[in-house]
Design a protein around this ligand. Structure first.
Ligand SMILES: Nc1ncnc2c1ncn2[C@@H]1O[C@H](COP(=O)(O)OP(=O)(O)OP(=O)(O)O)[C@@H](O)[C@H]1O
Ligand SMILES: [Mg+2]
Length: 423
């Protein structure tokens, strides 16, 4: 294929690699980055079946960009940077880990052949994960976890061992679940998908390559007959121009639907403080909540001294937000949280400020009158996390951020443990 000098205003360096559907170029003016240029080409069966399809590059490129924006919104670490032109995007330059990470919610396709007796549509809970070594000549053989670890793949200085495999397994499942929840908003069932990871120059393991209509099975209304993914192309015996048109129409539909997968709920976390003196504690709650993607307001009002005002502010929020959590910060006797809780049907979390009398004062938050159901935590982070868990019930990006944070925390602990052992 040709080697353009420039794409989307970016000067291209050497061709790093050319595959069946993309070219990857160095960017001399953007060290550590590369440009992935899509081709107007569709392939299947390790490239045995292949057709030119005008417009496919742009459709795939936009699909990929929209999917990676969703993953970014869930704080998943990816190589994707931004779209560079209608048919290309900027990515962190990675050495690729030559494994396809396949996740499945329902059994279909090759899984049925490899696992005779399992009926099509068998539901995996949790999501099933399989790994395949990328080797077209040998038709991408499936590798067990033991084979993968035994291979000691070395990529950009990172040796893929148990910790790295566990990390990629968890991220693969998170990517699946985030996109599954996203597609559920349009009543589409994500059946299975594959992703790849790369390692950047700093040794970070990132979701890389692309995620587009080549990457998954997607069944509108959960009905296999309505499939809109590349399987339609794989299943074709003689490929006619009309068939290719159908495939293109499906891919375009998927690209357009992705615009409607944003969480629609307008949420708010309101931190009420009984006194402006509690501002420092409240700022910590607000920061932790914002890091989790939450929209936060800080308000000062005392339930003891300005009861009507407190309830009026509370009602204003109730009128304007679908998903709402109140956090009450009050020192000494906490009247604020219980008064809010007794007058709203939205969740209230008490998070009293630090004090050397906290052990006594905490009882005013814990021992509440009958009919009240507020929760109590003492650390700002805990209040933010709990608020995010509540909002996350209706907002898959917030849910994803919580899960991503857990995965990163677990990985950081393992890293610390490794360093401890090695010293
Ligand atoms: N961020 C990145 N940095 C470097 N290489 C990348 C990056 N993202 C993807 N690649 C690589 O670009 C190559 C070309 O992509 P393409 O999908 O066309 O290859 P392919 O023919 O499908 O082969 P493969 O089976 O390896 O995917 C792939 O080998 C892919 O791993
Ligand atoms: Mg590929």
């Amino acid at each position: 294929m040709s080697h353009p000098n420039e794409v989307g205003g970016y000067k291209l360096g050497s061709l790093i690699i050319e595959g069946k559907t993309k070219q990857v170029f160095d960017l001399p003016e953007l060290p550590g980055h590369c440009l992935l240029l899509n081709k107007d080409r569709i392939t299947a069966g390790d490239g045995v079946k292949a057709h030119d399809l005008e417009g496919k590059a742009a459709i795939s490129n936009q699909t990929n960009a929209k999917v990676f924006e969703i993953l970014k919104g869930a704080d998943i670490r990816t190589a994707f940077v931004k779209m560079a032109s209608p048919t290309s995007f900027l990515s962190k330059k990675c050495d690729m880990i030559p494994i396809e990470w396949v996740t499945r919610r329902l059994a279909t396709g090759s899984f049925l052949k490899r696992n005779p007796g399992v009926p099509e549509g068998y539901r995996f809970t949790p999501v099933k994960l399989e790994t395949f070594f990328k080797d077209d000549a040998n038709h991408d053989p499936q590798w067990s976890e033991e084979q993968l670890i035994a291979a000691k793949l070395k990529v950009n200085g990172v040796v893929v061992g148990q910790d790295e495999v566990d990390y990629m397994k968890r991220v693969s499942i998170l990517v699946f679940e985030v996109l599954e929840k996203a597609w559920a908003l349009r009543d589409c069932a994500l059946i299975d998908m594959k992703i790849e990871f790369g390692v950047d120059a700093e040794g970070n393991i990132l979701v890389a390559d692309v995620i587009d209509s080549d990457s998954w099975r997607l069944w509108p209304s959960g009905d296999k007959r309505l499939m809109v993914d590349k399987q339609v192309y794989r299943d074709l015996k003689n490929v006619t121009a009309a068939d290719l048109d159908t495939v293109k129409r499906n891919f375009t539909w998927v690209k357009d639907q992705l615009d409607h997968l944003k969480p629609t709920i307008h949420h708010k976390v309101v931190v009420f403080m009984g006194s402006a003196q509690d501002k420092e504690h409240c700022n910590k709650i607000a920061k932790a909540a914002k890091d989790l993607g939450l929209s936060v307001d800080l308000r000062v009002t005392s339930a003891h001294k300005a009861t009507e005002e407190t309830l009026r502010i509370m009602q204003q929020y109730e009128d304007t937000h679908g998903a709402l959590v109140f956090i009450a910060v009050a020192g000494r006797s906490n009247g604020l949280g219980p008064v809010l809780s007794g007058n709203t049907s939205y969740p209230v979390i008490n998070c009293p400020p630090p004090s050397d009398k906290l052990v006594q004062d905490i009882w005013s938050s814990l021992s509440v009158p009958s009919g009240l159901g507020c929760a109590t935590v003492i650390y700002p982070d805990s209040a933010a996390i709990m608020a995010a868990q509540i909002i996350g019930l209706q907002d898959y990006l917030i849910w994803g951020r919580l899960r991503a944070k857990q995965i990163e925390m677990a990985a950081a602990l393992r890293k610390a443990d490794k360093q401890m052992i090695n010293h």
